[in-house]
Write a protein that binds this ligand. Structure first.
Ligand SMILES: [Ca+2]
Ligand SMILES: [Ca+2]
Length: 94
């Protein structure tokens, strides 16, 4: 049972990572924006990092399905340089 759950989790996770990357690239190209422009666009409070609330809006805006919208998990995964549960530019472009 544990194994089935784990495999399911890995499949969903991989699927979501691809879906998020794909949606992000699509949105970027459609709107003809650079990564830096998008970072600034979604950094709503202009504190030079994307927190989970801003990440949630980002995921919704680029059209990620609800079952892949895990802003906290995405932030935890990339929050590696300055660990503050918020993505700075350096972490965003990793
Ligand atoms: Ca911010
Ligand atoms: Ca950080």
């Amino acid at each position: 049972m544990f194994l089935i759950g784990f495999v399911f989790f890995v499949l969903v996770k991989t699927d979501c990572e691809e879906s998020i990357t794909y949606s992000f690239e699509n949105y970027r190209i459609e709107n003809n924006k650079s990564y830096e422009e998008l970072f600034n666009e979604f950094d709503l409070d202009n504190n030079n990092c994307i927190d989970s609330n801003e990440m949630n809006i980002l995921l919704k805006t680029i059209g990620v399905y609800w079952h892949c919208r895990w802003p906290e998990k995405i932030i935890d995964q990339f929050d590696t340089v300055n660990i503050n549960r918020c993505l700075e530019w350096d972490e965003f472009v990793l």
